[in-house]
Design a protein around this ligand. Structure first.
Ligand code: ADE
Length: 426
């Protein structure tokens, strides 16, 4: 472990060169964020502002952090999941002077220690994925919110959900922008990003054939839909479990079978949870699973698959491949749990591909910038959860399209008039 008091704690600084190559690869596939970097490195709008971030330390996140730094910000960072940090990337960032507190495989206690270290810079802005940083400030360091923080952003569905609950209770001490709810985030990252990276994680951890398998996807939100669509594309028989009638109906129209987990548990080969709630797979499900079943989670927290209950049914446990543990049950059946029930796409693979993170992180950058620009004008957003402006979505979409060489049509004045005309019908 390489540790410099107050400055960084990472697994091994000697990995920095390898990390640089990974980051360069991501940069070559993140044209929108790189365009923002080129634009704002000249004017340095973040000069004098300190950002604390708590988000997966990946090559894509490094591109975001380096863009903030190029735009003048002072940045401190921790990972938002014990198994998602890429140690080479963390080493590069620490080597380049970022206050970086992250390593792969840290304990829950170390996880919160890392978050606390990032608060030493007394941040003006927070950037979260899962709201752990915001919760830490509110619950343990509220004086930081009172004295320094002018706003924050939140990356993920689960985090936004909880922050909206907090805002409804009047408990939010500063404004937060819901980056997750940008169309150029959820409709791409959550669907295509989660779809591809989840299967990538499963394949790296198992190397099994997906064609012909019964793949049970719990949850048909944006993430579950992405996973189900990609699994179907690879020839799997997809079964969806849901609690929301309209989501279940949509799944049936996509050609998936829909049933209760109690029934799916008996016939599934691979189980993937993508719900955002706890106890989706519990004791009675493990009890009825087939020998050889594979179980994993792609939701933010590791509570969707109840591993404590699986442990009680288990006789012995061993690692059979990286990120793949075999639980031998007392009755002799074997169940394979991937990535300890944590985000399989980040723990067993590299998270979403750079191309989708490009848009998600362009939204992060623009949203943080919005808070700073308002602050410079002496203004502050209301202390609640805010959506991103629709124009930001269209601008990010426009730049992304143009970097891919696509051209689209434009409404004529006459067409615009027609669309807004309520004087005539048929
Ligand atoms: N969340 C999902 N994929 C990610 C990635 N590649 N980087 C950062 N956060 C992510």
């Amino acid at each position: 472990m390489d540790h410099k008091e107050g400055k960084y704690k990472v697994a091994d600084l000697r990995l920095a060169d390898a990390g640089s190559t990974l980051i360069e690869w991501a940069e070559s596939r993140m044209p929108v964020l790189m365009a923002l970097r080129r634009k704002y490195e000249k004017t340095k709008p973040f000069k004098g502002y300190r950002i604390a971030g708590c988000l997966h330390v990946t090559k894509e996140t490094a591109v975001l952090i380096k863009t903030f730094v190029a735009a003048g910000a002072q940045v401190s960072w921790s990972g938002c999941n014990p198994l998602s940090t890429n140690d080479a990337v963390a080493a590069t960032l620490a080597h380049e002077g970022i206050s970086m507190f992250a390593w792969h495989g840290l304990s829950v206690k170390e996880f919160y220690w890392c978050i606390e270290q990032t608060l030493n810079i007394k941040p003006n802005l927070t950037l979260d994925d899962g709201a752990d940083l915001i919760f830490t400030i509110h619950n343990r360091f509220p004086e930081l919110a009172d004295k320094y923080v002018i706003g924050g952003t939140e990356e993920t569905t689960t985090g936004v959900h909880r922050l909206r609950a907090m805002a409804a209770d009047g408990a939010l001490k500063y404004p937060v922008i819901a980056v997750n709810d940008a169309e150029t985030k959820w409709d791409f990252d959550n669907v295509y990003g989660t779809g591809q990276s989840t299967l990538d994680g499963i394949l790296r951890a198992t190397s099994v054939l997906l064609a012909g398998k019964n793949i049970v996807v719990a949850g048909f939100g944006h993430c579950g839909r992405g996973v189900a669509t990609r699994a179907k594309g690879l020839g799997a028989n997809v079964i969806v479990t849901e609690v929301k009638p309209t989501a279940a109906l949509k799944a049936t129209l996509e050609g998936h079978r829909v049933m209760r987990m109690d029934d799916a548990a008996k016939i599934g080969d691979i189980f993937i949870t993508a719900t955002g709630v706890k106890d989706v797979i519990v004791s009675r499900h493990f009890a009825s699973m087939k020998d050889g079943s594979i179980v994993c989670n792609t939701g933010h927290y590791d509570c969707e698959v109840n591993l404590a209950e699986l442990g009680k049914l288990t006789r012995s446990k061993r690692e059979v491949r990286p990120n793949n543990e075999e639980y031998t049950m007392k009755d002799g059946r074997r169940i394979y749990v991937l990535a300890q029930g944590r985000l399989v796409n980040l723990a067993a693979a590299e998270g979403h591909p750079s191309e989708v993170m490009d848009m998600s992180f362009a939204n992060q950058f623009m949203s943080q910038l919005r808070i700073v620009e308002l602050h410079r004008k002496g203004k502050m957003l209301e202390k609640t959860v805010h959506d991103i402006p629709p124009a930001q979505d269209q601008e990010i979409g426009r730049v992304k399209l143009s970097t891919q060489g696509f051209k689209i049509d434009k409404l004529t004045k006459d067409q615009e008039r027609y669309m807004n005309d309520y004087s005539a019908g048929t």
